[in-house]
Design a protein around this ligand. Structure first.
Ligand SMILES: [Zn+2]
Ligand SMILES: [Zn+2]
Length: 338
């Protein structure tokens, strides 16, 4: 089959013929029909997040099941599916409690094994990790849930417990930030988005957010601070700004990755105590939590497809990853396969 492969960190990924994936005994092989290109793929390609080489990247996929292992009970070939970027083992206490997103034995396509920039990809523990797609949700829309939209949804609902009428602050208007803006507006919150880039602010405004250039404006704008705030960038400055812009009893959710010791933020723990703030980390979303999100996509309440900027083919993945050396871009890029 064809797959996008890089043999060394930073070497241009190439479309090559590679062996077919082996179906795990409790897993499935999925024919990829759409797969998102994400900054996490770029981090692995650059060597910031070590992977075994050569590597087939790609982790935001939707497609059709073509083979299941003998231990799989819930799936048959032909099913239309998506998959969380964190796949649980299905056997540990976390997986059994529905928290596969923090499974200690997790697998991640494109990171711990071959990923989805390929015609077919193997997924472990299919009964735990495959998510059925409603007929009305097409493959590109499902792939655009990716890690970003699904992570933003879980950050605001499970962690932020965002209620209608509350103020949501979103720090950073890239893929995950714009996802949080759209979801916050759809949930009936009042959303303020912060970004240094004027085009990013303009996109957030189109999606229904009030926009500001710096976080200092948030307490006045919100009458005392945000109820929920998300750091969608992942830097010491934005993490501190997010915690600092909360009102009393506010909830901060860290979504942007903070890789390495230099990225440890000096959080204002005095405010956390005095104002009873809570601090959450959000790491994707388990397959078992997808149905409420997919229901809102199926009925049109949420439109992740509006965040898709470019549709490309598999042979353009290398150039798309290389383009991430520079910031910006026009929304999410999704690879379509025939
Ligand atoms: Zn597990
Ligand atoms: Zn991703």
């Amino acid at each position: 089959m064809k797959a996008v492969v890089y043999a060394e960190y930073g070497a241009m990924p190439e479309l090559r013929d590679v062996p077919e994936p082996q179906c795990p005994p409790a897993g499935a092989v999925v024919a990829v029909r759409a797969t998102g290109v994400c900054r996490s793929d770029w981090h692995a390609w650059k060597g910031h997040d070590p992977v075994a080489l050569p590597n087939i990247p790609g982790h935001e996929l939707a497609g059709e099941v073509v083979e299941v292992g003998p231990a799989v009970t819930g799936w048959r070939p032909g099913a239309r599916v998506t998959v969380p970027f964190v796949c649980g083992c299905g056997a540990c206490a976390y997986c059994l409690a529905g928290d596969a997103q923090v499974c200690p034995h997790q697998t991640q396509p494109g990171f711990t094994g071959p990923g989805s920039f390929a015609e077919r990809v193997a997924i472990e523990a299919a009964d735990v990790n495959l998510v059925a797609l409603p007929d009305s949700v097409d493959f590109v829309t499902a792939a655009s849930l990716g890690c970003r939209f699904a992570t933003a949804f879980r950050a605001l609902t499970a962690h932020g417990r965002l209620a209608p009428g509350e103020w949501l602050a979103v720090h950073g208007c890239g893929g995950v930030g714009l996802s949080a803006v759209q979801i916050g507006v759809a949930l009936g919150a009042r959303v303020v988005a912060i970004d240094v880039s004027a085009p990013a602010r303009a996109r957030a405004a189109e999606l229904g957010a009030m926009v500001v250039e710096t976080p200092e404006a948030i307490p006045d704008l919100t009458g005392g601070g945000a109820h929920v705030s998300v750091d969608a960038v992942g830097s010491p400055a934005t993490a501190v700004a997010s915690v600092s812009c909360l009102r009393r009893r506010g909830r901060h959710v860290q979504v942007g990755l903070l890789l390495g010791d230099s990225a440890r933020p000096p959080l204002p723990m005095d405010l956390v105590v005095a104002h009873e703030l809570s601090i959450h980390g959000s790491h994707g979303m388990a397959a078992s939590d997808y149905p409420p999100l997919l229901a809102l996509v199926a009925d049109g309440t949420l439109r992740p497809d509006l965040l898709v900027g470019n549709r490309i083919s598999l042979d353009q993945v290398g150039a798309a990853l290389a383009a991430m050396d520079r910031p910006g871009g026009a929304g999410m890029t999704v690879v379509e396969l025939p």
